[in-house]
Design a protein around this ligand. Structure first.
Ligand SMILES: Nc1ncnc2c1ncn2[C@@H]1O[C@H](COP(=O)(O)OP(=O)(O)O)[C@@H](O)[C@H]1O
Ligand SMILES: [Mg+2]
Length: 356
């Protein structure tokens, strides 16, 4: 949980500090006031990237050389980030410089629900793999190294394949390594998905009203065959494309509604409910299994949702008890959505400043 946050030089936020509540934090204000930028700053600190743009530089306020974000967590841990233009980010945990985001990402698990979350349904398998791997990362500490090793093997393999006439002994050596790492990545994903599924179905029942939804994990190669055999069989295709066509880098989650690809049949609003359910279920699962509970950043919840569905999601969120940062233009749009407003801290955002 975040107890205090200081943001400086992020988009239209000059300097802003506030102490969020332990449950729902509702940030309201007109378009362009800086609500999403607050969520973006929290995400940048927790995950090292933006959920709105691929580069961090556009986040730095025009005319400023750098931005900084600082957060105090509930157990007094302090995390700070300084990012200068054209400079590598400087991330510190308890004053100690961090070589990467691994530790901070584990300490501040964040789930974002915003207009890009639709990519979970309409985007490429990569988006769904990212979603799946976020969950596995948080419950299986060894996953990252196997995932990295498998990617390294694939990169080496692809280099050989691109030559058109790969050295077969080198290729076989990479195949052996890849098969070993791929099996570990697949098993971790499979285990995670098996445990995630009942949680997803439970959240679907609670928020639902979108019909018969099914989700299935695909590991990235034929279910009936060993990867070693698949790699042997697909050698000529791999050479033709100059890249590895089967493996854990091709894993996916198939989402269907009534047996048909969900993105082809659900309305935009229904899709928003479904992607929200996937994200909420994943955060709920993470919070159930790990000591550090996931923080939700929910950008513009009311858009594309009717009153009933807004209320279903808001009540579910309150029941979850996690810390949530949520934005909306008019707070009235969520007025009757809460079970109780006692634990809803409201903040007004205006010109990059925040007030109660
Ligand atoms: N690098 C930047 N420097 C200064 N202002 C910026 C920068 N990037 C975006 N902005 C401005 O910041 C404002 C806040 O945007 P945003 O947080 O998306 O608003 P909201 O979510 O409240 O609608 C916008 O008016 C936008 O034009
Ligand atoms: Mg916004």
């Amino acid at each position: 949980m975040i107890n205090r946050i200081d943001i400086s030089g992020v988009r239209n936020i000059d300097q802003l500090s506030f102490c969020p509540g332990e449950q729902i934090n509702l940030l309201h204000g007109i378009n362009g006031s800086g609500k999403s930028s607050i969520l973006e700053a929290i995400y940048l600190l927790a995950a090292g990237k933006s959920f709105r743009s691929t580069k961090i530089a556009p986040l730095i306020q025009n005319g400023r050389k750098e931005c900084s974000i600082f957060a105090k967590l509930d157990d007094s841990l302090a995390v700070g980030l300084l990012k200068g233009r054209n400079q590598k980010p400087l991330l510190k945990l308890q004053g100690e410089r961090q070589p990467n985001w691994l530790e901070v990402a584990r300490l501040i698990p964040v789930q974002v629900i915003d207009s890009n979350t639709f990519r979970l349904l309409e985007g490429s398998p990569k988006d769904r793999r990212k979603f799946l791997d976020w969950g596995v990362f948080h419950v299986e500490p060894s996953f990252v190294s196997h995932w990295r090793n498998s990617r390294k093997c694939i990169a080496h393999r692809n280099l050989l394949l691109k030559s058109g006439r790969p050295d077969m002994s080198q290729l076989r050596a990479w195949n052996i390594e890849l098969c070993k790492e791929a099996a570990l990545v697949d098993r971790a994903r499979e285990r995670y998905f098996t445990d995630f599924l009942p949680i997803f179905n439970d959240v679907l029942c609670k928020i639902g009203a979108i019909g018969d939804i099914s989700i299935t994990y695909r590991r990235g190669w034929d279910n009936e065959l060993d990867l070693a055999e698949v790699l042997e069989r697909s050698l000529s295709i791999d050479v033709k494309y100059g890249s590895t066509q089967n493996g854990p880098h091709r894993a996916d989650i198939v989402v269907k509604s009534g047996g048909i690809s969900a993105v082809d049949v659900l309305s935009r609003g229904q899709q928003k409910i479904l992607v929200s359910i996937l994200k909420l279920a994943q955060g709920a699962f993470q919070s159930k299994t790990e000591s550090r509970r996931c923080i939700f950043l929910i950008d513009d919840l009311p858009s594309e949702l009717d009153k009933n569905n807004r209320a279903n999601i808001c009540r579910f969120l309150q029941g979850l008890g996690n810390q949530i940062f949520m934005t909306c233009v008019d707070r009235e749009s969520l007025e009757n959505s809460w079970e109780s407003t006692a634990l809803v801290a409201q903040f007004h955002v205006e010109h990059g400043k925040i007030s109660i």
